[in-house]
Design a protein around this ligand. Structure first.
Ligand SMILES: [Ca+2]
Length: 393
């Protein structure tokens, strides 16, 4: 069928009318696109577009009432309802360095959010001609149909700040003891300093909810070491999740050409970058000393070629019972969602399934909703989407 041509002035008028009809935020997108079935080992899945038109969404967190907080890398925090309504930007977000890979990155709720209303944000912070990953928290206040963060404090700053706009990390995960893990990239130009304990570059750090250093951190009493460090020798960890069975932290990090890794970072351990890696430089040149070295941890698994992992979660729901206990990894360059099954002692991956490959979208983040569905963010500067993945029918 030939589409009916619309003259330009007429099109402008239609678009203007549509814009004027909108509330303060973005339009509800639910039901805009019919769910198309996606084959999987758990049966056909429905992929529903809950919201669209997001600007490079990076992180999401579920509020207790079922709505979601979603970050947009350019520096906006929005509240998205399950019916697809996208709020106007939440006020009070600190200024971000929105360039390259930088900007507003992850979001997490305080474990006591129901009482404290505290929201945690990670972001690339502009700092005197350079930038660095920082973590801020503020109290979410909603009144008169508008939302804002109040009493915003920066509780952690990656040191040192570095020029350029690459490899910030940075996921936020609360441990069971109420401490906060923050994954931090090597800032690309500083990769050798992932081994240098006097910097936060290429580290996972563990801080108290107010930013203080927990007394039992592995390097809390090591001279010249940054006391926030939990583990080191990381490249650019952009996915993190807590294992609901053990309470242990798991991460995924980007390698260079090849060498993306799944790790479960433990206190004080060295994950090798850039001394050992399964990847090569983008030029094809070798990096470091090989793939193994005494005193350095092996990844649980690695990807070569790279999938560019970002976003990680363990599945614990009842909606997709076949996948209970499995790990889900969002892939950017890989443009898919990867399911991983671990062996009994969680030392190796025994099954890997590629999902949503037909979608052809970069998957930035993945989380499990209270409804047991998997909720995903696709990475697109103009039309990032919030997707819901559930059994069809
Ligand atoms: Ca490694």
């Amino acid at each position: 069928m030939t589409p009916t041509p619309i003259s330009r002035p007429r099109l402008r008028a239609v678009l203007l009318a549509a814009l004027l009809a909108l509330p303060a935020g973005l339009p509800a997108a639910r039901a805009q696109e019919a769910a198309h079935p996606e084959p999987s080992s758990a049966g056909p899945l429905a992929v529903e577009t809950v919201a669209a038109g997001l600007d490079s969404p990076w992180g999401l967190a579920f509020l207790p009432d079922g709505r979601l907080l979603v970050t947009e890398r350019v520096g906006r925090l929005r509240i998205v309802s399950p019916n697809g309504t996208v709020s106007a930007p939440v006020a009070g977000v600190p200024p971000v360095f929105a360039s390259g890979q930088g900007g507003l990155l992850d979001v997490a709720l305080a474990p006591d959010f129901a009482d404290s209303r505290l929201v945690y944000l990670s972001y690339a912070e502009p700092r005197e001609g350079a930038s660095g990953t920082s973590v801020a928290r503020g109290r979410l206040v909603e009144s008169g149909g508008a939302a804002r963060l109040e009493d915003v404090q920066v509780i952690f700053r990656q040191q040192p700040a570095v020029g350029g706009s690459s490899h910030y990390g940075s996921r936020l995960v609360f441990a069971r003891d109420g401490t906060l893990f923050v994954t931090l990239g090597d800032r690309y130009s500083q990769r050798d300093r992932a081994q240098d304990l006097s910097t936060h570059l290429g580290k996972v750090v563990r801080i108290a909810a107010d930013g203080e250093v927990p007394a039992d951190n592995p390097f809390a009493r090591t001279p010249n070491a940054r006391p926030e460090i939990w583990s080191y020798g990381h490249r650019n960890p952009q996915g993190a999740a807590l294992d609901p069975a053990t309470g242990q932290l798991w991460t995924v990090e980007h390698g260079a050409r090849g060498g993306d890794e799944l790790n479960h970072p433990q206190a004080g351990r060295n994950y090798g970058w850039p001394v050992i890696t399964y990847g090569r430089d983008y030029s094809g040149a070798p990096i470091g000393e090989g793939t193994r070295k005494d005193g350095m941890e092996q990844p649980v698994t690695y990807w070569d070629p790279s999938i560019a992992p970002s976003g990680l979660t363990f599945y614990t729901g009842d909606l997709l019972p076949a996948w209970k206990g499995d790990l889900f990894v969002g892939a950017l360059a890989g443009a898919k969602l990867v399911r991983l099954r671990l062996n009994a002692d969680k030392s190796a991956v025994v099954q890997q399934e590629d999902l949503l490959a037909d979608l052809g979208e970069r998957i930035r983040d993945v989380a499990q909703g209270a409804d047991g569905a998997l909720w995903l963010l696709t990475d697109d500067p103009g039309n990032g989407r919030l997707l819901r993945l559930a059994p069809q029918g």
